[in-house]
Design a protein around this ligand. Structure first.
Ligand code: AQP
Length: 347
């Protein structure tokens, strides 16, 4: 079946968003909004796979929503909501818990990283996280998922789940009128650009992350201009000048990271950045990067703060988005229930 192109993606309200979230995913979200029907979610059910302080979680849901809007997502154009308001996500996730195989989940590297050494103490939710992610996407039969590189493996699992559902229930799917037996699309990851994996500013071998204890490791979308400039100034580098060719970045993770950030923020390629800065020292490159970062991130932080002053308006945006999300997801979930053999409510 030729599925209508539809975009879905989300971020966890586990803290304030950072440059990695912005460059790895959100820039593409904003782009896709011009050409596609887009559904962007604050994935609060994912956030509680690790314990969250309830008051801080509520605050973070609103803050991530405000950051989405401040960064350029238009809630009139795109559907913008928080996951827990649309029950189809959790309901479809249960069906997928029964489709996905333990062996598949055992291979997920993010669970291994997040659970750490004490796997027995990790929540069942953290383990089943990728099934919920598949449900997030497929509840809307989304075809394209703009994410950072770290989500590639989870996206592959979503495709496997979609394929297995289509196979397991192929007769029922055909009986429901889908002659080719394809009920779910196999969603495609959209992982493009010069900064699909932004690394920590303190350690070029670690991903920039909300949960990294050192705040100097990331630029938050809520940082003021002085703090942004300070973090770039203090970013770890090596003593060499920047190379003029891409090949010269190999084995220099910190240099590669900063060049990638510059390229993504300026809408160019790493090779263009090196044409301009090749042969120059970090003492010259860092101020240029700090200025660019302040110019691009500063206004997002200001606008996020302005929006956060009116939480009732943010809640209204979320409720409106949830209503629109329900309208798309509920009929799809109804069909899933029919296909699986459940009896859905008559209303
Ligand atoms: N460092 C990164 N570089 C590029 N893309 C990134 N993303 C996250 N970090 C980077 C992308 O941002 C989207 C939302 O991520 P998330 O909030 O759902 O969770 P995450 O990937 O687990 O991000 P964090 O910051 O590492 O959160 P914590 O610390 O809470 O686990 C995704 O598209 C992701 O690829």
């Amino acid at each position: 079946m030729k599925f209508k192109e539809r975009v879905f993606s989300g971020m966890q309200p586990t803290g304030s968003l950072h440059l990695g979230n912005y460059l790895g995913a959100m820039l593409k979200w904003i782009d896709l909004q011009k050409t596609h029907e887009c559904i962007y979610c604050v994935v609060d059910l994912h956030a509680i796979t690790v314990w969250q302080d309830p008051a801080e979680l509520r605050q973070a849901i609103r803050q991530v929503t405000a950051a989405y809007i401040a960064a350029g997502l238009d809630p009139k154009k795109s559907v913008l909501f928080n996951q827990s308001q649309v029950s189809a996500h959790a309901e479809l996730a249960w069906v997928f818990n029964c489709v996905a195989r333990l062996g598949w989940l055992n291979r997920m590297t993010q669970f291994k990283e997040k659970a750490g050494k004490d796997r027995e103490a990790a929540s069942v939710g953290l383990y089943a996280y990728p099934n919920l992610m598949a449900a997030d996407i497929l509840a809307y039969r989304a075809t394209h998922v703009p994410v950072g590189e770290d989500q590639k493996q989870h996206l592959e699992l979503s495709r496997d789940i979609a394929q297995k559902f289509n196979n397991d229930f192929s007769d029922a799917i055909r009986s429901a009128g889908y002659d080719d037996g394809e009920f779910f699309p196999l969603p495609e990851p959209v992982i493009v650009g010069p900064a699909t994996r932004v690394m920590s500013l303190r350690d070029g071998s670690r991903k920039m992350s909300k949960s990294e204890p050192s705040d100097l490791s990331r630029v938050n979308l809520t940082d003021d201009t002085d703090l942004i400039a300070k973090k770039i100034r203090k970013a770890k580098t090596d003593p060499e000048a920047l190379p003029s060719e891409i090949e010269g970045l190999s084995g220099r993770p910190e240099a590669e990271n900063l060049v990638g950030i510059y390229a993504a923020l300026s809408g160019t390629a790493k090779s263009d950045v090196l044409s301009e800065f090749g042969g120059r020292q970090f003492s010259e490159f860092k101020p240029a990067l700090a200025d660019l970062c302040v110019e691009r991130i500063g206004p997002i932080a200001d606008e996020t703060r302005r929006l956060m002053a009116d939480p009732a308006e943010i809640d209204r945006v979320l409720a409106d988005g949830a209503g629109r999300a329900h309208n798309i997801a509920d009929p799809i979930l109804g069909e899933v229930k029919d296909i699986v053999g459940l009896i859905r409510s008559a209303s």
